[in-house]
Ligand binder design. Sequence first.
Ligand code: XMP
Length: 514
Amino acid sequence: MGREKIVVIDFGGQYNQLVARRVRECNVYCEIYSYKTDMEKIREMEPKGIILTGGPNSVYEEGAPSCGRELFELGVPVLGLCYGAQLMSHVLGGHVCKAPVREYGRIEVTVDQSSRLFGDVSEKTICWMSHNDYIEKPAPGFRVIAHTADCPVAAAEWAERGLYAIQFHPEVLHTQEGSKMLHNFVYEICGCAGDWRMDSFVETSIRAIREKVGSGKVLCALSGGVDSSVAAVMLAKAVGDQLTCVFVDHGLLRKNEGDEVEEVFGPNGPYDLHFIRVNAQERFYGKLKGVEEPERKRKIIGEEFIRVFEEESKKIGKVDFLVQGTIYPDVVESGLGGESAVIKSHHNVGGLPDYVDFKEIIEPLRELFKDEVRKAGLELGIPEKLVYRQPFPGPGLGIRIVGEVTAEKVKMVQDADAIYREEIAAAGLPHTPDQYFAALTNMRSVGVMGDERTYDYAVALRAVNTVDFMTAEASQIPWEVLQRVTSRIVNEVAHVNRVLYDITSKPPGTVEFE
Ligand code: XMP
């Protein structure tokens, strides 16, 4: 018996990864597939249940994403969400049409508590709605199990067949009892046992890696970020000194970060692996000399990184396996999983295989969402400080210094950023911004310090709240905290005489400040 699985069929809606994450939070493994996936392939996976996601279309539009009747005849429970619910009704003979009133936002829904989907859910419950069309008449065999003031069929079921259609989005946190509904679906309706747990995932993966690698040699490029660190520790636990980790310090890391990585992975750390730290700072600064244009800087850093890594790996000779920290959103976003149109343009420590002589790639985190990677990291005993690290771009501080990068500017931005992080941590904010950092503008202006006139740089502070980093809002950091950070930066960081706080959202800004 393989691992039990729920299959999420993606119709292009914005919450698709969220559906999969919520199911996994119920300890049930689940994967996302495009609606174009062959029915035979889905059958072969022997899913315990299927969830159809929302999507931007109308079911009666020409060329709208669809599915065959067979999907509902596999003998596997199916839950349709929003577009998925409309599609289920449409395909099975119900009637979907443009709703007289468009529902958007938090709406009170009245549910029939006798439905297994709504076990333990309050009779009146707030749900997140976002639809133009609605199910006017459910398909034959279905009964209505929820409604709102404007929507006569907010949910319908054909319980004997295990078919459930719901108009709202249980995966979104605004649906107050959404997790309970998904929990009911996977346990009460699909009969899952809940075998997806990080401790067993880690254990099984280590065993599988050991078997695969045998006595082979493994190479891992370590960036110090969460993904590559978790992947490296997993490998270290599996194959010990057959693993070599190469850590390229490009001199564009946050303050002390290089040493922190070395503490964990280096010779005095807890793992028995070969650790190579390449101190390539000067080399990178040399290449970046005089370069101001951000895309050029990114390219130079990326290319130089590969070159350094290539040189190091040549010294090691032929390796059998190369480790990559690919995670599940990368798989989905590169178009291999669901329907998502977002193609990842950020390059991290990827793109190495062409340059290194190896037999096979190992991607131990390929199935995991970011929060699961963090849980796996904690299971593996990696320090929390490392596990909860903020996202940090591959090109590092190289893209947080506007204009030319120099060693002096790197030092300024590192020091300012360290102060900012210390003060945010000390402030104990009720919600820590999802990402925050200091950047160095290339603006100099006049100031006065003591009795002296200064002509120095301005540091920009950035802090954002975001769910997926595609859009972001500036965080409202309390004024007193900003004041403290500012006063410390101008006092402690040489050649900075001004601090600016960036309140631009994304779009039109970006998260980074380059
Ligand atoms: P932007 O600036 O595009 O950033 O709004 C969105 C998120 O992506 C991170 N970012 C990168 N991550 N390599 C990465 O691995 C990169 O080249 C890169 N550029 C931006 C950024 O920190 C934010 O979290």
